[in-house]
Design a protein around this ligand. Sequence first.
Ligand SMILES: Cc1cc2nc3c(=O)[nH]c(=O)nc-3n(C[C@H](O)[C@H](O)[C@H](O)COP(=O)(O)OP(=O)(O)OC[C@H]3O[C@@H](n4cnc5c(N)ncnc54)[C@H](O)[C@@H]3O)c2cc1C
Length: 364
Amino acid sequence: MTLTLLRRHFVAASAALALPGCAMTSARTPIRAAPCLPPVKAAPDRVIRTVAGLRPYRASGFVVRVDTLGAKRLVHNYGHGGAGITMSWGTSKLAVDMGIAGHIGPVAVIGAGVMGLSTARLLQDAGFAVTIYAKALPPETTSNIAGGQFHPFSLYRKDMVTPEWQRQFVTALDYSWRRFQIMIGEDYGVRWLTTYTEGTQEEPRLPYFPPAARQLRSDEHPFPVERLWRYDTIYVETGRYLRQMMRDFAGADGRIVVRGFAAPTEIAELPEALIFNCTGLGSHALFGDTELTPIRGQLAMLIPQPEIDYAFTGEAGYMFPRPDGIVLGGSYERGKWEAEVQPERIARIVASHQALFGRFRCPA
Ligand SMILES: Cc1cc2nc3c(=O)[nH]c(=O)nc-3n(C[C@H](O)[C@H](O)[C@H](O)COP(=O)(O)OP(=O)(O)OC[C@H]3O[C@@H](n4cnc5c(N)ncnc54)[C@H](O)[C@@H]3O)c2cc1C
């Protein structure tokens, strides 16, 4: 289904909202009003930790392509901006399919963030012996810092991507979406959550994403905002997820070597003839990709509140509830190379959420 058809679906849904009484997305699907949601207790004294991380952003989108390094085949899979968790299975699948054609023998993966681990697992599933070489392992990767929402956000600039890239993007997003669905559960820390988004709904990227999206009437939700959408999506508790991915990798006889590379010539000396580059922002220095720019994000983690079973994104920032803490975020600082927390920024993030949840009201 095309985006045009999708837009039509959204128009139909909005039109249904104009009906008095029970709103309907279609003749057959009645929509229940949202319950009175429990508010998040956002306050400075509930902050249990703070983190800052650098999103590996490229305006022209992630890089998934085959290159050569002397006699070796090098496959790039990096530059996923603020959507690396979301895109991980999909672009790794594209990279692996490109790379293994005709290859026999062991394989090297550089990087142990979400991209390196997903690539490595797909290679193992395809029957290859894999060694991961990485400067840092979980929990010391950018992937561990991610809030973990499945959403292709802050990933590319529309006027900078090619039609070929768009095709890669849709194929990858589709694969990821399906793959995460079959990983739901405590072991990976992957779950569905209803999400409330302030403002105008973005153009959907897949015919079925985000599912069950609908604009709410003001008497259907407690948020003190003018326009609100609701949809369902998947959330990943990144620490738990990456721990389990490391276990899966080890359980399939994966080998890990902790080592940093300063130049491609060092990579060319590895014994493996097929190498995957999953170094994220590291590709800026390692492969001279100057388009790769950090977008710094800072997060405040609050004491967990198990009763919070919804997520929010909007003017105040974003709130993702996880068993390891309530994630409050919303900073996008372009070109900042220091992965350091700024207390003033954290204070602003907490204050904006405190104001939002402090004005929560229950629908009459
Ligand atoms: C605050 C914040 C919130 C985010 N929220 C979300 C979200 O909700 N949803 C989402 O989908 N995405 C989110 N992201 C984006 C996501 O975290 C990144 O896109 C993703 O982590 C990139 O994964 P990666 O494996 O490419 O890189 P990384 O996790 O950075 O891993 C890179 C690996 O390569 C290694 N490496 C790098 N250079 C070298 C070298 N020279 N030699 C050897 N090894 C090297 C590193 O040590 C590491 O092991 C967020 C990011 C931030 C900062």
